[in-house]
Design a binder for this molecule. Structure first.
Ligand code: AMP
Length: 121
């Protein structure tokens, strides 16, 4: 499937330094920062620095160093965020997944007991 990246999305602007962010961790391939509207005690977003719109775009087309760098950032965020008791990783994707920002991001959510993910679970 074709993936089209809009470089005017808010996370692209964060990566270009055009708007501020509260950085948690950064490496060559990824940036992690606090969600501006946290849904839990810990709510960090991890984004690749490359122009990928979604998890499936990133998984299909990111280079091996980009994928390794991204997962290394996830590991570091988990290590430093106090989620030893557990957390949830979410990548909302396109319309059905209710993705608001069209730059791939992984939510790392935790710091306290979470509810079930879906109604009826
Ligand atoms: P979604 O695309 O639905 O997975 O979620 C986008 C997330 O980005 C939401 O949780 C927002 O609160 C968050 N967000 C939007 N703008 C910013 C920003 N400038 N800095 C940090 N988080 C943001």
């Amino acid at each position: 499937m074709p993936f089209t990246y809009d470089d005017q999305n808010i996370f692209a602007k964060i990566l270009r330094g055009e708007i501020p962010n509260s950085t948690v961790f950064e490496n060559d391939h990824a940036l992690a920062f606090h969600d501006i509207n946290p849904g839990a005690k810990v709510h960090v977003l991890v984004i690749p620095k490359g122009p990928y719109v979604s998890l499936d775009h990133f998984a299909a087309q990111a280079t091996a160093p980009e994928q390794v760098g991204f997962m290394a950032a996830v590991a570091e965020v988990c290590r430093i965020s106090g989620v030893e008791e557990g957390f949830r990783a979410i990548a909302n994707t396109r319309a059905h997944g209710v993705q608001d920002v069209p730059h791939f991001h992984m939510h790392i959510i935790g710091g306290a007991q979470l509810g079930r993910m879906l109604p009826g679970d």
